[in-house]
Write a protein that binds this ligand. Structure first.
Ligand SMILES: [Zn+2]
Length: 365
């Protein structure tokens, strides 16, 4: 290497890292829209530019600290404990039982995805994150087959002895990546596992500038998935989890069709990574009327978890906040990585005014 070029290759400071992220994101964006119709592409470029400007790269949760909830001191007993594990990954715990959704700890970098490089689980990052996961897990629920939801699942299954509940396409991908088994489900299915009652719901995947990334519903190859594009979306799912008399709805994002069911829930976790997801927010909140609303999939999942929560460049949390305030359904909350929070129980209804079949609307804070 020429001596005069060496300074350019030294460790980058924050400012240059941010510039690098912007450049790599632009490359990825271009690779996704390159086949689009020219009009669609022009529109996408406009949206892309405005979305990039709407969010400061590297912004974390600091400015929203009043919304971040976590358990303090002694853990409340008999509640459902929720731990955010980054991207759209969650652990739910109740007594000695645990459930995982979309566990993803490898956090493949954007350049590898953009360039179509070979990607694989990062065993040391998985081991680090597994310190926050229960040793035995009843089940892993997966919303769809993209790498940021399914790549690490076979390894997490083997470490936790969990069964996998996912779409037919996701099960096929996971098995080709080494999973020993899987329970292929469709919307309408119900599974009872330990204390959990899991209802499978139809969902959609939000579009990235006009099209769902890696949108196939069937695998293109028969061997192990090797590149980001091999981890195809498949049939998107959402889940309604009933535990200890409480209801938790979770998806990873989506469009206005279909909307979540009209079922009032205690906690709604909805992906908010892209404009499609935000466009359906008010209608979804109107149906779910959650006591607590946790926007999800907002972090930059191309960075390692060790760098802490940073909003992804296409998120728009100020808009989520303002739509949520207008809708006035439930308390908007945020969770930080690996900081458990116990979902407060319903306030006990007053037996003198309780009517049969009527559920309490109390906030239970
Ligand atoms: Zn996805």
């Amino acid at each position: 290497m020429l001596p005069r070029l060496r300074p350019l290759c030294r460790a980058r400071n924050d400012a240059t890292r941010v510039a690098g992220e912007r450049t790599r994101l632009t490359c990825w964006f271009e690779s996704l829209v390159v086949d689009s119709h020219p009009l669609q592409r022009r529109r996408a470029e406009t949206v892309f530019a405005s979305d990039l400007n709407a969010n400061a790269f590297g912004a974390g949760l600091d400015r929203y600290s009043q919304l971040v909830v976590s358990d303090s001191g002694a853990n409340p007993r008999n509640g459902v404990r929720v731990t955010y594990l980054g991207t759209n990954s969650y652990q739910f715990e109740f007594k000695n039982h645990a459930l995982l959704v979309d566990p993803y700890f490898s956090r493949v970098d954007l350049l590898s995805v953009a360039l179509g490089a070979h990607i694989q689980p990062n065993s040391s990052r998985i081991a680090d994150s597994m310190r926050h996961v229960a040793p035995t897990v009843d089940a892993i629920l997966v919303t769809h087959g993209h790498f940021d939801h399914l790549l690490d699942v076979p390894i997490v299954m083997s470490k936790t002895h969990a069964r996998l509940i996912a779409s037919r396409t996701s099960i096929d991908l996971a098995k080709r990546a080494g999973a020993s088994s899987g329970d292929a489900v469709i919307a309408g299915d119900v599974r009872r596992i330990g204390p959990w009652k899991i209802r499978v719901l139809a969902a959609s995947h939000d579009r990235l500038f006009g099209k769902v990334p890696f949108d196939q519903t069937a695998s293109q190859h028969s061997g192990p998935p090797q590149h980001a594009a091999d981890w195809v979306c498949g049939e998107p799912l959402a889940f309604l989890i009933e535990i200890n008399g409480q209801h938790i709805y979770i998806d990873s994002g989506g469009t206005a069709a279909p909307l979540p069911p009209t079922v009032h829930v205690d906690l709604a976790i909805m992906g908010m990574a892209l404009p499609d997801s935000r466009a359906r927010l008010t209608a979804a909140l109107e149906r779910l009327k959650p006591r607590y609303f946790l926007p999800s999939h907002q972090d930059d999942f191309f960075l390692p978890l060790s760098e802490g929560f940073q909003f992804g460049p296409l998120t728009d949390f100020p808009r989520v906040q303002s739509d949520c305030a207008q809708e006035n359904h439930g308390r908007l909350i945020l969770l930080d990585y690996f900081r458990p929070w116990t979902l407060p129980a319903h306030q006990a209804p007053n037996p003198k005014i309780q009517r049969p079949g009527k559920r309490s609307n109390s906030d239970g804070k």
